[in-house]
Design a protein around this ligand. Structure first.
Ligand code: ADP
Length: 375
């Protein structure tokens, strides 16, 4: 019988799971809030991911339920597991991608290298932390942040006074050492419920204003120690947290050659979009295989370099079709992935992948092709 994979959330990640689901002969059902969302072709139910009745009704139709984002509340996930729904990754693992304080606490227990950090509940505690680490610190809300929202570099607790004012009960903020990193890396791994794992090469990610703009696979000058350390960290986390599906570990490579964990995502991630055109098995296919406990595919790169450039904002004139046609004509070697989203300043509406033998030339083509979408 055809297996049904249910995805909660109708964004571009659910959309990009659709082609490999079709190729593997699976059914893909998506629960989305609105019918016009990016994964519209696969949307089977409309409803909120915070509504337990809607989520349970959707989940009952699926052999396995997985995610496009990490915003499904634990209370809703508990309703699913209580009803015997096969949820991958498990809610206990997903918690560590939902709550940065829980994640820092657990990674410290596992002995994984992280920036200096503290749980702070009052401005006085934050000011003490800033004094301990020099003159500044990074403050993060424990939950709900994405693309740099909920992250602020401060030199005094007064700069996040409204975040403290919003805390209720036992809530706290995460204070972190400001890491002077050489660059940011990301390591992706897939793990099945049976425990099979496969890693992709560690990649370099470039952020602008807290949003990923480019990814280079593999990360230049990472062969050897950095590549091994990054893969070991991802394996330790995947096994230690019992993660299933794709796990992306965002990393800092410091000026003094250390590799520290910044963030976790337990789903396909922007840092792995290159794999659609640059690896034997893409992160989207691998995620489906992993959550279904099927054998994993090889992650072998298809070329020496793959460069991914995000299309942020899109043509302000609104002429997306014209931009696409011009970019295709100029760069027939580029692979375009558009998410069916309306252009809006700063919004991720697609990405371009380019493979090649020469890094500088590959970067130039990928940037050139993506550049057609900014007018
Ligand atoms: P989000 O969950 O919004 O993606 P992150 O925790 O990944 O937030 O932080 C967003 C960006 O802020 C990072 O990619 C990095 O560039 C910067 N950043 C985060 N933490 C630190 C830190 N401790 N030191 C220096 N820069 C940081």
């Amino acid at each position: 019988m055809t297996r049904v994979v249910g995805v909660i959330g109708g964004g571009q990640l659910a959309r990009m799971m659709t082609p490999p689901a079709l190729n593997l002969g699976l059914e893909i059902y998506v629960l989305a809030q609105n019918s016009y969302e990016s994964a519209k072709i696969a949307i089977s139910e409309l409803g909120s991911h915070t509504d337990p009745d809607a989520v349970l009704a959707f989940a009952r139709e699926c052999d396995v339920v997985t995610f496009d984002h990490e915003h499904v509340p634990q209370e809703v996930l508990a309703v699913l597991t209580d009803a015997g729904v096969n949820v991958q990754p498990h809610p206990q693992a997903l918690l560590f991608a939902q709550d940065k304080l829980a994640m820092r606490t657990r990674l410290a227990e596992l002995g994984v290298p992280v920036p200096g950090w503290a749980r702070v509940q009052s401005p006085a505690e934050l000011d003490a932390f800033i004094a301990e680490y020099g003159s500044r610190a990074v403050v993060k809300t424990a939950r709900g942040g994405y693309d740099g929202k909920g992250v602020r570099v401060v030199s005094s607790a007064a700069e996040v006074s409204e975040w403290f004012a919003d805390l209720t009960g036992d809530d706290a903020l995460l204070a972190e050492e400001f890491v002077t990193f050489r660059r940011e890396l990301a390591q992706q791994i897939a793990r099945t419920p049976s425990g099979e794992t496969r890693v992709w090469p560690v990649v370099e990610t470039v952020q602008e204003n807290g949003v990923c703009s480019e990814v280079i696979s593999p990360a230049p000058n990472a062969a050897g120690r950095i590549e091994t350390v990054a893969a070991d960290i991802a394996l330790t986390i995947a096994q230690g947290l019992d993660v299933t599906g794709v796990l992306a570990v965002e990393l800092f490579e410091t000026e003094d050659d250390r590799v520290l964990v910044n963030e976790l995502a337990m789903r396909p991630h922007n840092s792995g979009h290159w794999s659609i055109d640059g690896a034997l098995t893409s992160q989207f296919e691998q995620h489906l295989r992993a959550v279904l406990d099927l054998p994993l595919g090889l992650t072998t790169p298809l070329a020496p370099w793959t460069v991914m450039v995000n299309i942020l904002g899109g043509p302000l004139s609104g002429d997306l079709d014209g931009a696409l046609a011009r970019a295709m004509r100029e760069y027939p070697e580029a692979k375009f992935h558009l998410y069916g989203k309306e252009p809006r300043p700063g919004r991720k509406i697609g990405h371009v992948n380019v493979v090649g033998d020469d890094l500088a030339a590959t970067v130039a083509v990928a940037r050139g092709a993506a550049g057609f979408f900014q007018d």
